[in-house]
Design a protein around this ligand. Structure first.
Ligand SMILES: Nc1ncnc2c1ncn2[C@@H]1O[C@H](COP(=O)(O)OP(=O)(O)OP(=O)(O)O)[C@@H](O)[C@H]1O
Length: 360
C-alpha cells in the first residue's frame, strides 16, 4: 500500500552501473529525485547524462544496481516478476519518442486504445467505449479515431500515444523524449496537451527530454548531470509592484542528503575553481573561494547579503541563485544569471567532468 505522505516517485542515491567488455559505466551515480503525487516534472540533461537510464528503471524495464527507487508505493529494486507485470499494466503509462513503440501501425487510434484497455483489464463493453471517447476527446484527436498511425501527423500520433498511455488509468505517466521527432510548434502543443492531462486527471507526470523549451511548459525542471540531479528550475507567478501577474523562474542547486552539490559549470570556469576550494560559513550563506596555490585568501564580507528569495519546500534544501522573469530565464547574463536548465543539453557541456569544487 502507498503511504499517503510518500511521494509518487522517490529515488534516493540511485546507482546504475553497466558492464560491457570488462568496462564499467556508471550511468547513475547516486541520483536523488522526489516527485509528489500530481506533480509534472521535466528532467533535462546532456546526451549520456543518464536520463534514459533513469526512465528505464522507473518504467520497470531495468533494475538499479543500488539505492532506492519507489513509484506509487512499488519498490522497484525488490519487486518480483508478477508485481512488475501488474506495475507496468496498471500503475504506469509510457510515451516513447518513436511512435512505432507507442502505437500498433495496423490498428486505428480507437483500436490502439481498446487494446491497451483490454491488456490492463480495466473496462469492458460500453464503459470501454466511453473511456476511449473521453480520452480521444481530452487529447483533441476524437476526429481521428478511425485513422491508423500512418494516416496521422507526428503531433496527432503523439496525442493518440498519450491517450493510449492513459488508457489503463495510470497513477504515473512517464515520457521519454515525447517531442523528439516533432517541430517546435508541434512540440509546444503536445507539451501543452500533457500539461492539460496533468491538470485535469491529476496524473503524476515525468518527462525526460533534450528539449530546452520544456521548462516553459512545466512548473519544475530538474537537470541531470553525470548521473546526478544537479540543478532545478521552479516557475511560478507573482504580482509585480503594479499588481500585474508575472511569471518567475528561479534556479536552485540540488543538495543531497550528505551535503554534496554540483557547482554550475559557469561558476567553476569563471573563478577557475580546481580540485579544492575554500569554504566559509557565514550567518546566512556559504562562501566558496578558489583553493589552489597562490589564490588570494577569502575577503571579509563587505555588505549585508540580499534577502533570500522565497523558495519551494521541496527537499533537500535548495539554494537560490536568482529570481528572474520567466522570459529572461533562459539567457545567461554573467556569473549570477540563472541559466536555462536545458543549456547544458548541448553535447559539449555534458561531456565535461563534474566539478570537484561543489561543497556546502
Ligand atoms: N546498456 C548499456 N550498456 C552500457 N552502457 C550504457 C548502457 N545504457 C546506457 N549506457 C551508458 O550510460 C550512460 C547514460 O546513458 P543514458 O542513455 O541514460 O543517457 P541519456 O542522458 O539518456 O542520453 P541521450 O539523451 O543521448 O539518450 C552513457 O554513458 C551510456 O553510454
Amino acid at each position: 500500500m502507498t503511504d499517503v505522505a510518500e511521494p509518487h516517485i522517490l529515488c534516493v542515491d540511485l546507482v546504475r552501473i553497466f558492464s560491457a567488455d570488462g568496462v564499467e559505466v556508471q550511468a547513475l551515480q547516486g541520483l536523488n529525485l522526489r516527485v509528489e503525487a500530481g506533480e509534472m516534472v521535466a528532467v533535462v540533461g546532456a546526451s549520456g547524462s543518464g536520463k534514459s537510464t533513469l526512465l528505464t528503471i522507473l518504467s520497470g524495464l531495468d533494475t538499479a544496481t543500488a539505492g532506492v527507487a519507489r513509484v506509487a508505493g512499488h519498490d522497484l529494486l525488490t519487486m518480483g516478476g508478477r508485481e512488475r507485470v501488474g506495475y507496468q499494466r496498471r500503475t504506469v503509462g509510457f510515451i516513447w519518442q518513436q511512435t512505432s513503440r507507442n502505437l500498433l501501425p495496423y490498428l486505428t487510434a480507437a483500436e490502439n486504445l481498446a487494446l491497451a484497455i483490454n491488456v490492463a483489464g480495466t473496462a469492458k463493453g460500453g464503459a470501454r467505449a466511453q473511456r476511449i471517447a473521453e480520452l480521444l476527446d481530452l487529447l483533441e484527436v476524437a476526429e481521428f479515431a478511425d485513422r491508423r498511425p500512418g494516416e496521422l501527423s507526428g503531433g496527432q500520433q503523439q496525442r493518440v500515444a498519450i491517450a493510449v498511455a492513459l488508457a489503463n488509468g495510470p497513477r504515473v505517466l512517464l515520457a521519454d523524449e515525447p517531442t523528439g521527432e516533432l517541430d517546435e510548434a508541434t512540440s509546444a502543443s503536445v507539451l501543452e496537451a500533457m500539461r492539460r492531462v496533468n491538470e485535469e486527471l491529476g496524473v503524476t507526470t515525468l518527462i525526460v527530454t533534450h528539449d530546452p523549451t520544456v521548462s516553459e511548459h512545466v512548473r519544475r525542471t530538474v537537470q541531470i548531470r553525470d548521473g546526478r540531479t544537479s540543478t532545478e528550475v521552479l516557475r511560478s507567478t507573482r504580482l509585480d509592484e503594479h499588481g500585474a501577474e508575472q511569471a518567475v523562474a528561479e534556479e536552485f542547486a540540488v543538495l543531497d542528503r550528505v551535503g554534496r552539490l554540483q557547482l554550475p559549470h559557469d561558476f567553476v570556469a569563471s573563478l577557475e575553481l580546481q580540485e579544492r576550494v575554500r569554504l566559509a560559513l557565514e550567518p546566512d550563506h556559504v562562501g566558496v573561494w578558489p583553493g589552489h596555490e597562490g589564490a588570494p585568501p577569502p575577503r571579509p564580507r563587505e555588505s549585508a547579503p540580499p534577502e533570500p528569495a522565497p523558495r519551494e519546500p521541496w527537499p533537500p534544501g535548495p539554494s537560490p541563485r536568482e529570481s528572474a522573469p520567466a522570459d529572461d530565464a533562459p539567457r545567461r547574463r554573467g556569473r549570477h544569471a540563472a541559466p536555462d536548465p536545458g543549456a547544458d543539453a548541448d553535447p559539449d557541456a555534458g561531456d565535461r567532468p563534474a566539478p570537484n569544487g561543489g561543497a556546502a
